[in-house]
Ligand binder design. Sequence first.
Ligand SMILES: *[C@@H]1O[C@H](CO)[C@@H](O)[C@H](O)[C@H]1NC(C)=O
Ligand SMILES: *[C@@H]1O[C@H](CO)[C@@H](O)[C@H](O)[C@H]1NC(C)=O
Length: 396
Amino acid sequence: MKSFLLSAAATLALSAPALGVAVWGQCGGIGFTGSTTCDAGNACVYLNDYYSQCQPSTATTTVESSTVASTTSTAPSSSNSICSGSRTKFKFFGVSESGGEFGNTVIPGALGTDYTWPSPSSIDFFVGNGFNTFRIPFLMERMSPPATGLTGPFNQTYLSGLETIVSYITGKGAYAAIDPHNYMIYNGQTINDTNAFQTWWANLATVFKSNPNVIFDIQNEPYTITAQQVFDLEQAAVNGIRAAGATSQLILVEGTSYTGAWTWTTTSGNSAVWGAIQDPNNNIAIEMHQYLDSDGSGTSPTCVSSTIGAERLQDATQWLQQNNLKGFLGEIGAGSNPTCITAIQGALCEMQQSGVWIGALWWAAGPWWGTYFQSIEPPSGAAIPSILPQALEPFL
Ligand SMILES: *[C@@H]1O[C@H](CO)[C@@H](O)[C@H](O)[C@H]1NC(C)=O
Ligand SMILES: *[C@@H]1O[C@H](CO)[C@@H](O)[C@H](O)[C@H]1NC(C)=O
């Protein structure tokens, strides 16, 4: 992609006054006031009502061309009644199944009192509705008791609880993303030992290496740590996982600042470092999270606007395209009201139309959410009546 951008720039320099919009730039949408003409070799492609984008045209294009929407796409596509244009379906679409990480102030805690594992009936419900991916949060302190540390033995009781639900999920042909839900903090201290973190992941990957439907989600939402430090720890983990013989599975990496999509290219510092991620087996995606309430935390059922989903993902989508990387939206959530539902639809439309996002997961299912407004736990979670049919199922 970098070499493509260079050649596009060279073409531009030869072809004339730079009045058009560069590749991947915005060229239309409600409220947009800039140029709607793309540089030569690109076409303005409608993504949603709020965003049209200059994308490389597959057709032979002359400098004079001012046609829009003339690109042809070979990606698998379909249409639904919500987004216009062609969409690339997600390979991975599902929910986080919360519970193993609950009660994080009580270590090791007791199963059924402080924490729980996802319900098989919840997995069945989503698989029956066409979903295929489940993220399973757990706590590193329960897996690796602090007395023996990150390089010590795993707690076999806790590990077998994780293995049981993972086997249940993958036995149905679905994917299970195992998620140390620790914010890059272990036993109260920010993780800073790259070798120990690599060993920890190599040991865990060894347990699951023969199951191709397991996904390794390196770390949930690091924060109070720099982007570079997170990158170094996670690159070491990726290398450790592959060296352990887990070579076929998808790996998800998360950045600092809670891996937020909306700050990926700005305050987090993530965009400056993550373009360098390497995977010997070339099966990695950048996991980002995005909520649609005012502070982006997923704690209020009020969304900023009906367009906030697409808006908050836009820069991250462009960064993924520019860096030839795949994205995975590991957490999205919002309230069950018309503004939020439209905002979620806008986010998922943009993701599927961009072609760079391979997956998305709702936060969250799980047996213990009670009345939490984002709970999608069947049969009566708050997100079941409206979010599920209106904002998620159209994107299967
Ligand atoms: C291992 O995990 C089980 C189940 O949570 C717990 O009861 C036990 O105390 C743990 N053992 C250690 C050494 O942490
Ligand atoms: C790494 O973390 C430990 C605590 O876990 C701390 O004692 C140590 O000073 C840290 N080292 C560096 C280089 O930050």
